[in-house]
Design a protein around this ligand. Structure first.
Ligand code: NDP
Length: 488
């Protein structure tokens, strides 16, 4: 695979409102986290542009477009991303510093898949109906018509910018909503490119709008009186704030928040396969996936083998130039995020942890020294009482903790405020099902991780979120039913 050109991919990233790019004077720098260099400038929206975006969304007329035509637009959008695949890859790599191989295999490929899936899901969807027997022998017919919410605010984070954006936007549009999107200030590029693709696919002006800026623009958007629903993916702290902002107007919210995900490894496991799977679960995207594993509970009899095997896999990761197809691991998203992760490395040390690999900042070659690099790190010697085992760190780090019995493993894994995802590694089929079901999480895997069927429900329990998206769950969130009861 050819290396990406190391040129600036976009000079000025602009807001997109009512079907056209809108210029604003104020702009901030878009930093490439691999090098620390500015690779583009981003124009900042303001209150009047947010007003215009919401008004344009309200007036788009997309809600009146028949389902068949909506699905056709989504399919053309998928084709459009494929046609400009490498442009999306380059934009995502420049914004996030993630390895080009990952951007190709995961982020951009999933964006295409998201649009195709929701075109299919909405095309196949039926309506609920109930035939009701009445006391006098007659019947009544109840049926629910599902209507789009209207204008949906879409707020997404920086870790999988295009993947998470299209996950929400494709479902919202499929249901006939118009959207106003606020990407993370750190990763504005692909949301902006998507505006061009959607326009070329025939989406009417105003159905997709992008406003750029920091959290204050997100707050203006979710609190805007013209917003009919909010779908948010991000940290639990910001999620609670968004909830407070939305509460006075009682609008539906879908929250995909943080996690502190556990893996449970039993001693009957196929060790090599489990180590490969766990290595992915801990280190993919430099640990910056909400589903990543940060707690690994290992049956004591194989603890040393798992610790050695995972440390070996961590050392085999190739940190380096994200445009090199052989690079496996990029930097963290920003210097600010690296400071947070380094604080947790210090906390682990204070708690008496042993870093069996990593534990600091790696020596990088010239050109990458100002990037926000961090060593993949594994700890032993911690317990569930330690803060690093309770806080979501969102980096390439995990604590390995021994257990003796199945009941103990389940209790340890469920001992958290979060409830997003878990994985169970065992060759015992009955145990796999039993333990996976006992996890208090939205998604539980057996002998795999991050294997997704987009028709299945996705979301978390507890502090990890509210509601589910995916397949029919998305149709339910992005629509409101009106039940009609007819006396027959
Ligand atoms: P943040 O919560 O910091 O930000 C998320 C988004 O909210 C960003 O676009 C941010 O903008 C915006 N925002 C910030 N303040 C406000 C506000 N007051 N009102 C409205 N919007 C606001 O999360 P991160 O970007 O740091 O992402 C990492 C987090 O996302 C982790 O906790 C991770 O677990 C979670 N996540 C959860 C997933 C899930 O499906 N459960 C999937 C992926 C990530 P800006 O960046 O410009 O400040």
């Amino acid at each position: 695979m050819a290396r990406l050109p190391t040129v600036v991919v976009m000079e000025m990233i602009r807001n997109f409102v009512g079907g056209a790019f809108a210029d604003r004077d104020a702009a901030f720098a878009d930093i490439d986290p691999a090098t620390g260099r500015t690779h583009a400038m981003v124009q900042v929206a303001d209150a009047s542009l947010v007003d215009q975006a919401v008004a344009a969304a309200r007036a788009s007329g997309w809600d009146r477009v028949p389902v068949r035509e909506r699905a056709a637009v989504l399919r053309r959008a998928a084709d459009g991303i494929e046609a400009r695949f490498e442009e999306f890859v380059a934009a995502e790599v420049a914004d996030t510093g993630k390895p080009v191989a990952l951007a190709r295999e995961l982020d951009v490929a999933r964006a295409v898949h998201n649009f195709r899936t929701f075109a299919d899901v909405v095309s196949a969807a039926g309506q609920e109906s109930f035939l009701t027997d009445l006391a006098d022998g007659r019947q009544a017919l109840n049926y629910a018509v599902r209507k789009p919410l209207g204008v949906v605010a879409v707020i997404v984070p920086w870790n999988l910018p295009l993947l998470l954006l299209t996950w929400k936007v494709s479902a919202a549009l499929a249901c006939g909503n118009s959207v106003v999107v606020k990407p993370s200030e750190l990763t504005p590029a692909t949301a902006t490119l998507l505006a061009e693709v959607l326009t070329d696919a025939g989406l009417p002006a105003g159905a997709y709008n992008v406003v750029h800026g920091h959290g204050d623009i997100g707050e203006l958007l979710v609190g805007h009186p013209g917003i009919d629903g909010v779908t948010f993916t991000g940290s639990t702290a910001t999620g609670t704030r968004v909830m407070r902002t939305v509460a006075p107007r009682v609008r539906p919210v879908s929250f995909e928040l943080g996690g502190k995900n556990a893996a449970i490894v039993f001693d009957d496991v196929h060790l090599d396969e489990a180590l490969t799977g766990l290595g992915r679960a801990i280190f993919t995207n430099t640990g910056q996936v909400c589903l990543c594993t940060e707690r690994v509970y290992v049956q004591r009899t194989i603890f040393a083998d798992v610790a050695d095997g995972l440390a070996e896999r961590a050392r085999a990761l190739r940190l380096g130039d994200p445009s090199d197809p052989d690079t496996t691991t990029g930097p963290l998203i920003s210097q600010q995020h690296r400071r947070k992760v380094l604080d947790h490395l210090a906390l682990a040390e204070e708690a008496g942890a042993k870093a069996i690999t990593g534990g600091g900042v790696p020596e990088m070659p010239a050109g990458l020294r100002d990037g926000s690099w961090i060593e993949p790190t594994l700890w032993t010697g911690l317990t569930n009482a330690d803060r690093v085992v309770r806080d979501e760190i969102f980096g390439p780090v995990a604590a390995l903790i021994p257990f003796d019995t199945e009941d103990e493993a389940i209790a340890l894994a469920n001992d958290t405020d979060y409830g997003l995802a878990a994985s169970v590694w065992t060759n015992d089929l009955r145990r796999g099902h039993r333990v996976a079901q006992a996890m208090d999480v939205g998604m539980s895997w057996v002998n795999t991780w991050f294997l997704r069927d987009l028709r299945s429900p996705f979301g978390g329990m507890g502090m990890s979120g509210i509601g589910r998206e995916g397949g029919e769950s998305s149709l339910h969130f992005y629509t409101e039913p009106t039940n009609v009861c007819v006396q027959l």
